[in-house]
Ligand binder design. Structure first.
Ligand code: DHB
Ligand code: FE
Length: 279
């Protein structure tokens, strides 16, 4: 049977990918952050699953705002890095896992999560930057990927609780996949940030740190946050944090925190990362 081994939460700030792609990681602005990535990369080098489910959001790159799915699963053999305006990132092709992806779609829908499905989707920084954070710059990504796209950019977005429950349903589905494979799950985005408007640049370390603490020991507290809580406390783009709840919902009730990183600022955000193993 498939086995879900661990989860990671990480911001997906596009500037992190650009710093790597353009050879700027030695610059003062980036040095400390990339030093903080070293334990993340060391852990991932030792814990490569067969497939990672990467919960992320498309930033109106491949999906038009005219038709934006709440939850969408990628079932393709491959996903091309998207062109976000200055050419696709020169990172490896993202290899999918159609068998597990279709198993998830079928089981989630039967479990009353009505997933949209795509077999043709270019993946933007929301997915490729976390891969770069975890795996650096390899010739090929070491694990297959199932992209799971969540609407956090157009009202009405799903609730924090719905995302947590989706994670729980994903876990049930993974547990029933008959092949002996290992699976990781990543929640991306956040932490507190606001890219435009009067409060552009807002970050809230107290809120972020409580969210990280609760992710370990009181995930229901994070699942109880409202959209207003996120906007008020974490800025208009802080809602991306609901995607970490999908990851947490898929893990065991008790988890072991392996590593945590918190760094301000990274572009307009408070950067956060956490690795949680099933205990
Ligand atoms: C930034 C952060 C994001 O999560 C994003 O999707 C785009 C930009 C930023 O801080 O620059
Ligand atoms: Fe984002």
């Amino acid at each position: 049977m498939a086995r879900l081994i661990a989860g990671m939460g990480t911001s997906h700030v596009p500037g992190v990918g650009a710093a790597m792609d353009n050879g700027k990681t030695h610059e003062d602005y980036w040095v400390e952050l990339f030093k903080g990535f070293e334990p993340i990369r060391a852990w991932h080098a030792k814990n490569v699953p067969d497939v990672n489910i990467i919960v992320f959001n498309d930033h109106a790159t491949s999906m038009s705002l005219n038709h934006y799915s709440t939850f969408m699963m990628g079932v393709a053999e491959q996903f091309q890095p998207a062109d976000e305006g200055w050419g696709p990132r020169k990172v490896p092709m993202v290899e999918g896992h159609p068998e597990l992806a279709w198993h998830l779609v079928e089981n989630l829908i039967l479990d009353e999560f009505d997933m949209a499905v795509t077999a043709d989707f270019d993946v933007d920084h929301g997915l490729t930057v976390p891969l770069s954070i975890a795996y650096d710059q390899p010739d090929a990504w070491p694990a297959k990927v199932i992209p799971l796209c969540v609407n956090v950019i157009q009202y009405p977005q799903p609730t924090a609780l719905r995302c947590f429950k989706l994670g729980q349903a994903i876990r049930r589905a993974v547990d029933s996949f008959p092949e002996d494979i290992t699976v990781g799950i990543w929640g991306t985005g956040g932490l507190s940030h606001q890219l435009g408007g009067e409060r552009a640049g807002v970050v809230n370390p107290d809120f972020d740190k409580r969210f990280l603490d609760n992710l370990v020991s009181d995930p229901i507290a994070n699942a109880s946050l409202t959209h207003t809580d996120f906007i008020r406390e974490a800025g208009s783009e802080g809602i991306e944090m609901i995607m970490w709840n999908v990851m947490r919902g898929a893990l065991d009730e008790d988890v072991r925190e392996v590593y945590r990183l918190y760094h301000i600022p990274v572009s307009a955000t408070a950067y956060g990362a956490i690795i949680l193993e099933n205990s």
